[in-house]
Design a binder for this molecule. Structure first.
Ligand code: AMP
Ligand code: ZN
Length: 459
């Protein structure tokens, strides 16, 4: 039985989908105004591992993730400049160029992390009409009103507003919703659904309320409705989304449809760096490229995230990530040992590990425990390809390419010959360069000259 922790009920619950055999799931995706950092990546690895756990349990998964390319304001209290517009202003580029660059970079990162592409990746700017209709539904039902600045959700219409997921004290929300007092708002914590665009604002669309752009929260409500319907199974995001973004998504769906949009709300805790917050001023906002520059590949980072349960904070240090990399390499080497030998192994051993692994992942995705089963299995003294096969099966959940053959190290002798050949080529000594190429080939390696330089590969 699969159990998942539901932020809505604050309990681990048995997972029961709306429709037998199928799971509809929505994940809040990136705002593409910057490169995603490894903290963000923890959230997307979590979402993907959940998806893989569901599939391992035999469910068909329909998964939607949004790309926020408009409407996410600098402050969570829905104030200030649009994050995209701010970057465009600072970098003196168009918002569309920025969205494209960071969306492409994000897609590259998730591929490197072996994150499956969700069935639908929905860009906010491509769903403006759906959002307008959603806002209109809320207005029609009497949960929103127009001011000179936009259309606002009337939070006083929901007695539980701010407490549906987070147990927020409404007084705290009121205190938080300040900065500039907007006298047109009925309640200080009312939030913008639809924003009337100032003249200089570039991203704006003609609508019932004039030239406007959407609020961040309405994007997720409208896009999830389009692909998953008014009610779906699982909604995921980071813990920072609980008090505002997800409270507001629920408020909007009650306003438009009369009920909460999702049955299970799941949230992943934050990644810390050296025990503290990641911040620009500390210079520790690392991306996957920063890790790569230090010889750490994306899958080692994925492996590293399993060292802590997703509902606990995870502390990143350079020592910890290096040790994760070594462990993953060692694991792969040990699996290779199981492949070569064909000893008989008791069926019960395999099924015992299989059961333990399933119990771990089905207990609210206990990945640290699942990894300990992996290690126990790989250390089994009798070597057998059955163990290798079993671990490959586990990897459909782990996603760490567990049996990937490591790139063979090129021996120093070969590297020296390649260097000599490079010299011969720059001296235009072609016969010497050909002789060295043949010598390298005799020793089992191929040299290739590409426009990016010389490559050496094992034959
Ligand atoms: P954003 O692009 O800022 O909306 O964030 C994208 C995702 O990353 C959200 O689900 C956040 O909750 C999550 N996130 C942001 N910072 C961290 C962090 N340090 N650790 C884990 N998740 C994070
Ligand atoms: Zn969202």
């Amino acid at each position: 039985m699969l159990k998942l922790y539901n932020t809505l009920t604050r309990k681990k619950e048995e997972f029961v989908p709306l429709k037998k055999g199928t799971v509809k799931m929505y994940s809040c995706g990136p705002t593409v105004y910057n490169y995603a950092h490894i903290g963000n990546m923890r959230a997307y690895i979590f979402m993907d591992t959940l998806r893989k756990v569901l599939k391992y349990n035999g469910y068909k998964v329909k998964h939607v993730m949004n790309i926020t390319d408009v409407g996410h304001l600098v402050s969570d209290a829905d104030e200030g400049e649009d994050k995209m517009a701010k970057t465009a202003r600072i970098e003196n580029r168009s918002v569309y160029e920025i969205a494209k660059e960071y969306t492409d970079a994000f897609m590259k990162d998730i591929k490197a992390l072996n994150i499956d592409t969700p069935e639908h990746i929905a860009k906010a700017t491509e769903h403006i009409r759906e959002m307008e209709i959603y806002v209109n539904d809320i207005v029609k039902n009497g949960y929103a009103y127009e001011t000179s600045k936009g259309v606002y959700f009337d939070t006083s219409k929901l007695p539980n507003y701010g407490k549906m997921l987070s147990n927020n004290n409404i007084d705290d929300l009121k205190a938080g919703a300040r900065v500039e007092v907007d006298t047109e708002k009925r309640n200080p914590q009312d939030f913008a659904l639809w924003i009337k665009a100032p003249k200089e604002h570039i991203m704006k669309w003609n609508s019932k309320w004039g030239l406007c752009y959407p609020g961040w929260h309405i994007e997720c409500s409208a896009m999830s409705r389009k692909y998953l319907g008014d009610k779906f199974d699982i909604h995921t995001g980071g813990v920072d989304h609980i008090p505002i973004h997800h409270e507001n998504e629920i408020a909007q769906s009650i306003g438009a449809t009369g009920h909460n949009l999702a049955n299970y709300w799941m949230h992943v805790e934050f990644l810390l760096i050296d025990g503290g917050k990641m911040s620009k001023s500390l210079g520790n906002v690392y991306t996957l490229n920063d890790l790569k520059a230090k010889g750490i590949d994306a899958l080692s980072y994925r492996y590293f995230t399993y060292s802590s349960h997703y509902r606990n904070k995870l502390n990143f240090t350079w020592d910890a990530i290096k040790s994760a990399k070594n462990s993953l390499n060692k694991l792969r080497d040990m699996i290779a040992l199981h492949k070569g030998v064909n000893k008989k192994i008791d069926k019960n051993i395999i099924s015992k590990y299989e059961e333990q692994f399933l119990d771990a992942i089905n207990d609210d995705m206990n990945m640290p425990l699942a990894l300990s089963v992996v290690w126990e299995a790989v250390k089994y003294p009798e070597k057998s390809p059955k163990i290798a096969q079993l671990l490959k099966k586990f990897d459909t959940v782990l996603g760490i390419k567990i049996d990937e053959v490591q790139e063979t190290k090129i021996p120093q002798e070969i590297l020296d010959l390649v260097e000599e050949r490079k010299q011969a080529r720059s001296d235009k000594n072609w016969s010497e360069s050909d002789r060295l190429r043949d010598l390298i080939a005799e020793k089992g390696y191929i040299v290739k000259d590409t426009k990016d330089g010389t490559e050496v590969l094992k034959k």
